[in-house]
Design a protein around this ligand. Structure first.
Ligand SMILES: Nc1nc2c(c(=O)[nH]1)N[C@H]1C(S)=C(S)[C@@H](COP(=O)(O)OP(=O)(O)OC[C@H]3O[C@@H](n4cnc5c(=O)[nH]c(N)nc54)[C@H](O)[C@@H]3O)O[C@H]1N2
Ligand SMILES: Nc1nc2c(c(=O)[nH]1)N[C@H]1C(S)=C(S)[C@@H](COP(=O)(O)OP(=O)(O)OC[C@H]3O[C@@H](n4cnc5c(=O)[nH]c(N)nc54)[C@H](O)[C@@H]3O)O[C@H]1N2
Ligand SMILES: [Mo]
Length: 699
């Protein structure tokens, strides 16, 4: 490859190595072909083993997103009423000065006054530099409220930490050698495509694949078996599997004795979960549980590796943390960790030595200790008045790398909050999203093709470097540059606000990686033991797999995993008799790409999958328009009577932009702001609704 850094611009065509920035476990290595300064093609890097030259449909259309006619290319100032989406272009100077003046005025009111300012960001880019690299410094210096970034993975993350010690697990490449793979709460074909390739290899070598998911997803239909349990019942299933492993003595007693903590207690708990009891809770048959236990136990008996690929789908319910704890405990029962192709993987993000302190500089807070607000309850928090418990009302919001008006739960309240006339809102974006519609200023941000960044992954263990392939479009600026400029306008003088992006990239992992290797090949592989817990050595306080967690007890919680029913359990309400989940659509990434026409065309229209029995009971015609509603709100979409849905559960594929749907709403009108048992996470898939046929709307 004639890999050319921007330093040789005289050539007409060159290729640049980068990294996919999206919130996805695959973190692919990219090759962008640039001709006369224009990116004409984005491909998967064949030299990077995980990427293997292949990209998902979304990112292979990256140039369509980058050169989209609706890219925001100039700073925009609101001219119409709040939320009207009416803006006029202004100069950078005017925008930055005005924003700095507004923020400074709030901060100047008193020692803790800056807490009325809230940053709101998530993983629009997973880059460590364009993520919180400079933004963290800016908000720390300012003394703004801190944001608890819980919207995706915090229940599962906390649960893994309590059980295994950190977000660690199997190395993904060895899944190809497993004999049995449980794909648990994951539609891998949609959301973890490069793992699916490994699962296919295992399948070709004779492995059995079992999918555990309420939805008959693209992945479920390609596995040997599919267990369509009710949402939020995974802990009951896992405990009942343990029951069967115990009663048949399919246990690795040596592993349990040497490398686990709390086995006698967990054993007692699990023995309360006979398959009949769990089957009732999970809405499946006892025989399905027994069969699953037989498959899992058989690996213990034969000494062959059993692997579990969990994903975050199953932790978006009240008991999500406990469910992850129960499932993460399973491999230790059968000693699966002894094999490099055995164990469990939910996230590998804890396997990186990232120096976040150097990037985000929490020391700039000095002695100030601002409050922390939970991003999952932004709806309520924007509507909260000042009080001694809450502190000042939120007066200014700076949103970057996120689209909360579309993705946060209970959007009725989120929208109401964003519509507040006394709220000053700045949004750094590529597009005029539902959130940007509610801004006072929209600032044009660069895309991954236009900036430097460095990436860890949560699905493999390589570090990737992203070099800019093209110059920023229009007047777009990098997130980092926008925060540098704002810092200058605010009079922040710390030299850290002058640091370049390339220097930040070098700082992210410090000496733990060879930066020259990254520059030369675009990725660098961290060295880890192939079977990290073959001999224990878990990063828990005890060094063991902690079935029982004293840390949880200290927090007033149950020390052992248990089944915690949903806030809104299936079957508990006559009025709202359907459980709704809203998993990712394959051709969108959360709310990103919804505005890319070729991808939206593949997804068609906002859709609700419903089982034929549920449709019949409601006189709902296949393909008709339905109103989906509960006490929090309603939205309209097309219904697909489909075997993808099990009885009693409807699947609303997410996450459409509100303004691109039928009625200006999306699925998050219905979801609640109630939180998970651990990690203060949202409970998107713990949501009861009713559905009825309604009149057609134009699309
Ligand atoms: N194409 C695409 N890829 C993505 C994303 C996307 O939006 N689109 N999102 C990205 C993000 S942000 C993340 S966090 C990751 C992981 O994102 P996840 O949301 O975990 O992604 P999936 O694996 O697609 O979906 C989870 C699966 O869990 C199932 N599920 C729902 N409730 C339950 C339950 O109670 N129990 C069980 N066992 N299963 C349940 C759903 O039906 C779905 O098939 O994927 C990333 N990758
Ligand atoms: N109902 C329901 N709701 C959900 C989920 C669900 O499964 N069901 N999933 C939840 C999950 S797992 C997650 S992670 C969240 C995701 O929620 P978000 O993190 O908000 O993700 P996106 O919707 O992809 O929005 C990211 C935005 O960042 C912008 N962006 C990307 N790169 C850059 C950049 O370099 N600079 C700037 N300034 N902007 C950039 C994109 O244009 C995009 O509009 O949604 C959650 N919401
Ligand atoms: Mo996520």
């Amino acid at each position: 490859m004639n890999d050319i850094a921007p330093s040789t611009p005289d050539k007409a065509s060159w290729q640049v190595r980068g990294a996919c920035p999206h919130d996805c476990p695959d973190t692919c290595s990219l090759i962008t072909t640039v001709q006369n300064g224009i990116a004409i093609k984005v491909q998967g890097n064949p030299a990077h083993p995980h990427t293997d030259g292949a990209l998902c449909t979304k990112v292979s259309r990256y140039t369509e997103r980058t050169y989209h006619p609706e890219r925001i290319l100039h700073p925009l100032k609101r001219v119409g009423p709040k939320g009207s989406g009416q803006f006029e272009p202004v100069s950078w100077e005017q925008a930055l000065n005005d924003i700095a003046t507004r923020l400074s005025a709030i901060a100047a009111r008193g020692p803790d006054a800056a807490q009325a300012i809230l940053p709101y960001s998530y993983a629009g880019t997973m880059g460590l530099v364009q993520g919180e690299g400079m933004a963290g410094r800016f908000f720390h210096q300012l003394g703004a409220s801190l944001l608890d970034r819980t919207i995706c993975a915090s229940a599962g993350g906390e649960a893994l930490t309590q059980t295994l010690g950190a977000k660690v697990g199997m190395q993904v490449e060895y899944f190809s050698e497993a004999r049995l793979i449980l794909i648990w709460g994951s539609n891998s074909i949609a959301s973890n495509l490069h793992f699916w390739r490994l699962a296919q290899q295992a399948k070709r070598n004779g492995a059995k694949l079992i999918c555990i998911d309420p939805r008959r997803s693209e992945t479920a239909e390609k596995c040997h078996e599919h267990i369509a349990l009710l949402p939020g019942t995974d802990a009951a299933l896992a405990l009942s599997l343990m029951h069967e492993l115990i009663t048949h003595d399919w246990l690795d007693h040596d592993y349990l004795r040497r490398y686990t903590l709390g086995w006698p207690e967990l054993r007692e708990r699990a023995l309360q979960w006979r398959p009949e009891r769990a089957a009732e809770v999970c809405g499946i048959s006892p025989e399905q549980i027994r069969a699953l236990a037989r498959d899992y136990g058989a690996c213990q008996q034969s000494g062959e590796p059993a692997a579990i690929r969990m994903n975050y789908g199953l932790q978006r319910v009240h008991g999500g943390g406990n469910a992850v704890r129960a499932i993460a405990s399973l491999p230790a029962l059968i000693g699966a960790w002894r094999h490099r192709a055995g164990g469990v993987l939910l996230s590998s993000s804890g396997m990186y030595p990232i120096d976040r302190t150097a990037l985000q500089r929490p020391d700039l807070l000095g002695s100030r200790r601002p409050r922390t607000l939970n991003m999952s309850t932004i709806g309520d928090d924007l509507l909260r008045p000042a009080s001694p418990a809450f502190g000042p009302a939120i007066e200014a919001l700076v949103v970057y790398n996120s689209n909360p008006v579309a993705v946060a739960p209970e959007s009725g309240k989120v929208v109401q909050g964003f519509l507040r006339d006394d709220l000053f809102t700045v949004v750094l974006e590529h597009f005029q999203t539902d959130t940007a519609d509610h801004a006072d200023y929209i600032l044009p941000a660069t895309t991954q093709l236009e900036h430097w960044d460095i990436h860890a992954s949560y699905g493999h263990t390589d570090v990737l470097l992203n070099r800019p392939a093209i110059a920023p479009l229009g007047e777009a600026r990098t997130n980092t540059d926008i925060f540098r400029a704002l810092a200058r306008c605010m009079g922040f003088t710390d030299p850290c606000f002058d640091e370049s992006d390339e220097s930040l990239c070098r700082k992210a992992f410090g000496p733990a990686i060879d930066f020259n290797e990254l520059l030369a090949q675009g990725f660098s592989t961290l060295q880890h033991a192939q079977a990290p817990f073959a001999h224990g050595g878990f990063p828990t306080p005890s060094g063991r797999c902690e079935f029982f967690s004293a840390r949880l007890v200290a927090q007033g919680q149950d020390g052992l995993p248990d089944h915690i029913p949903n806030h809104e359990p299936a079957g508990s309400s006559k009025r709202y008799s359907l459980a709704m989940i809203s998993p990712p659509a394959r051709n969108f990434l959360n709310s990103s790409f919804v505005n890319v026409k070729s991808l939206r065309d593949i997804e068609g229209q906002p859709l609700l999958e419903m089982h034929a029995d549920d449709a019949l009971a409601r006189d709902i015609m296949a393909g008709g328009m339905v109103r989906v509603f509960n006490s929090r709100g309603e939205y309209r979409c097309r219904v697909e009577v489909s075997t993808r849905a099990r009885p009693g559960v409807v699947n609303a594929l997410g996450i459409w932009w509100r303004k691109l749907g039928f009625d200006g709403h999306n699925v998050n009108e219905l979801t609640s702001q109630r939180l998970t048992d651990m990690g203060r996470g949202p409970t998107f898939y713990d949501c009861l609704v009713q559905v009825e046929a309604c009149e057609s709307l134009p699309f």
